[in-house]
Design a protein around this ligand. Structure first.
Ligand code: BDP
Length: 329
C-alpha cells in the first residue's frame, strides 16, 4: 500500500466502488422484451413506460431493453423462445398465443364481446385475472392485457358487403387455428402468414386481403395496397404482455410486485395512446381514399361464424368462461 495518503484513499475508494458495483451489477439485470410492432406503436411505448417505472422503482437495478419491429422474430417463434426463457418479456396478440395456451382463445372468439366497454370489464376484472394466472403451466406469467381495438377485413380487390363478395378470396390470418376457422367459415380461403409478410403478400398478390385493427392496417401501410375496409368487427382479440416463468422466478418477492404494478400502470398509459392512434389511423385511411364499408348487413357474417362459438361452448374449459363473459354487464 503506497505511503502517500492521497493515493491510498483513491485506491480504497476504487475498491469500494468496485465492490459496490459488483454487488449491484450482480443483482442488476437487463430484461429482453420482444414486440413485432414499430418503435412508436402503443404496445412498444407501453413496454418502454413499464421499463421506466421498473428502473426508477428498483433504483436502476433492473432495466428492460425492448426489441421492437420483429428484431427477435415473429410471434409464433418469440412465444416459444419466451417459454424456454430465451426471451424474458413478450408482447403478443392472444390469437397466436391461443395455439399454446388454449384458454386464451376465449378472448379471440368471433363476436364474443358486445362492445369495447364489455371487453374492458372482462379484461380488467376477475375473468381477466384468472386467464392471466392460467399461463404459468405453459412456462409463462401473464402480466397484463393491452388494447388491440376491433379487427375487420380489408382487401385489394373490391368492397365486401356480402358473403358472396368474400367467397374464395385469399385472406391472411395470424398463425392461429381459430383465426383460420373464422375466415374459412365466411367462405374465404384463410392463408396463415407471419405479420411481417402481409405487405409483400398483398403486393405480390399471394393474398387478396387480411384482417386487423385500424392502427395495424395504417402503420404498416397495408391501406395503400388494400384500400377496401369492411367493418366486420369480427373479433376484439386483445394483446397480452407475458414474462418467461424463468425470468419471473429470478425476481425477489419485492421485485415481483414492482414488475406486476408497473405492467398494470403501463396498460393505463397504453390505453390512452391507443385511443388516440385508433382515431388518427381511421382518419388517415379515410383521407387517403380508403373505401370504408359500414352500411352492410353484418348478420350473415355473425351467423356464418356462430358454429365457432357453439364449438367453444362445448369445450369443458372454455364453456364456463364464455358463459361468465356473456354475463358481464
Ligand atoms: C396486430 C397485433 C399483433 C399481431 C398482428 C397480426 O398487434 O400482435 O401479430 O396484429 O395480425 O394488430 O399478426
Amino acid at each position: 500500500m503506497p505511503k502517500n495518503p492521497l493515493s491510498r484513499a483513491k485506491i480504497l475508494l476504487l475498491i469500494a466502488a468496485l465492490v459496490f458495483h459488483n454487488a449491484v451489477g450482480a443483482g442488476a439485470r437487463e430484461f429482453r422484451a420482444a414486440d413485432i410492432q414499430s418503435p412508436d406503436y402503443p404496445t412498444v411505448l407501453a413496454i418502454l413506460k413499464m421499463g421506466e417505472l421498473i428502473e426508477a422503482r428498483t433504483g436502476g437495478r433492473h432495466r428492460i431493453r425492448v426489441f421492437h419491429s420483429r428484431q427477435l422474430g415473429e410471434e409464433k417463434e418469440t412465444i416459444e423462445q419466451t417459454r424456454v426463457g430465451a426471451i424474458d418479456i413478450n408482447r403478443t396478440n392472444v390469437a397466436p398465443l391461443g395455439s399454446v395456451v388454449p384458454i386464451a382463445n376465449v378472448l379471440a372468439l368471433p363476436f364474443v364481446f358486445r362492445s369495447l366497454d364489455h371487453l374492458h370489464k372482462v379484461l380488467d376484472g376477475p375473468i381477466g385475472e384468472e386467464i392471466l394466472a392460467s399461463f404459468e403451466r405453459y412456462g409463462l406469467v401473464g402480466l397484463t392485457f393491452y388494447d388491440s381495438g376491433v379487427r375487420s377485413i380489408y382487401n385489394s380487390k373490391s368492397s365486401i358487403r356480402t358473403l358472396a363478395d368474400i367467397k374464395g378470396l385469399r385472406i391472411r390470418v395470424q398463425q392461429s387455428d381459430l383465426m383460420v376457422e373464422m375466415i374459412r367459415a365466411l367462405g374465404a380461403v384463410p392463408v396463415e402468414l407471419p405479420f411481417g409478410q402481409v405487405d409483400t403478400g398483398l403486393i405480390a398478390h399471394i393474398i387478396d386481403g387480411a384482417e386487423n385493427n385500424w392502427p395495424s392496417y395504417v402503420t404498416t401501410n397495408h391501406y395503400r395496397v388494400a384500400p377496401y375496409y369492411t367493418l366486420t368487427e369480427h373479433t376484439m382479440s386483445p394483446e397480452v404482455l407475458v414474462m418467461s416463468l424463468r425470468a419471473w422466478q429470478s425476481l425477489s418477492a419485492e421485485d415481483k410486485i414492482i414488475f406486476r404494478t408497473a405492467a398494470r400502470e403501463s396498460n393505463v398509459f397504453m390505453r390512452a395512446q391507443w385511443n388516440t392512434l385508433a382515431v388518427e389511423s381511421r382518419r388517415k385511411a379515410r383521407e387517403a381514399g380508403v373505401e370504408i364499408v359500414s352500411d352492410f348487413d353484418r348478420k350473415p357474417f355473425e351467423d356464418a361464424m356462430a358454429s365457432i362459438q357453439r364449438k367453444a361452448a362445448a369445450d369443458r374449459v372454455i364453456a364456463p368462461l364464455l358463459e361468465r363473459i356473456r354475463q358481464v354487464k
